[in-house]
Ligand binder design. Structure first.
Ligand SMILES: [Zn+2]
Length: 247
């Protein structure tokens, strides 16, 4: 198979397609407001606004077409992959910028990606309904509760289909999980909001918005070290300049 510019991985290897939804600012209202460099001025946004990219990933392995988190819900267009081709959706956590795309229809009554199985933590789902808006969008998450296409993971750690390893970290949010995907001698690491940007891997940094910022910082340090030794490929959900770092 020929390589094209937006695909990563060697012949026969894993293919990675980052799906940028664009740049946004977020402040203490927790609303994501689109931000365009050419039009907008960060100084005009409320004090303390953070600039973030939102970027789910499609991973084509020898067994599946995986989608890692679903963004704010724009993922379904422009990826070159038909939404019905996705076979598994892996969700790190259910904050609205990561799980906004799980459902569709005017009342969000239907799960998206008609042929996919969704994998998420059961305790994260309960937590999302307990906390609700503005961090979570309960009405958009509703179909996750009653679909036969949902696997609610109950263990802190485990394996899906012999090649996808998941583990709860309790760092960015109490039931946030991270994934290692091992296929064709490659290891892809997706740390979601525990490891959102390259910059945070290189510099020690405690984020105020994390549930346990110190733990997240320590985890990033050890993943970065282990990943270099073990030659992982890192995916950064909130980093459009450096979406994929391969060792
Ligand atoms: Zn989050």
């Amino acid at each position: 198979m020929a390589e094209t510019s937006n695909l990563s991985g060697g012949p026969g290897g894993i293919k990675i397609i980052p799906l940028s939804e664009g740049t946004f600012t977020i402040d203490k209202t927790k609303l994501f407001v689109p931000f365009d460099d050419g039009i907008h001025d960060l100084q005009q946004r409320p004090v303390g606004s953070l600039l973030v990219e939102i970027q789910p990933f499609i991973i084509i392995t020898s067994k599946d077409i995986l989608l890692l988190d679903t963004g704010l819900g724009f993922v379904q267009k422009d990826s070159g992959i038909n939404p019905s081709d996705i076979t598994k959706v892996l969700l790190t956590h259910l904050h609205k910028d990561h799980a906004g795309g799980v459902s569709m229809g005017t009342n969000h009554q239907q799960l998206s990606f008609s042929n996919a199985i969704f994998y998420l933590q059961e305790r994260e789902l309960n937590f999302a309904f307990e906390k609700g808006f503005p961090s979570f969008m309960p009405e958009e998450l509703e179909p996750l509760k009653r679909s036969g296409r949902v696997v609610l993971l109950k263990e802190d750690e485990g394996t899906i289909d012999d090649y996808i390893h998941y583990k709860i970290t309790g760092a960015h949010s109490p039931y946030h999980q991270v994934f290692w995907i091992k296929d064709n001698d490659q290891t892809i690491f997706f740390g979601g909001d525990d490891a959102p940007q390259l910059q945070q891997m290189k510099h020690r940094f405690v984020a105020k918005y994390d549930h346990d910022g110190k733990k997240a910082m320590e985890l990033r340090r050890s993943w970065w070290e282990e990943g270099q030794q073990e030659k992982w490929t890192f995916l950064f959900y909130h980093d459009v300049k450096n979406p994929i770092i391969e060792f």
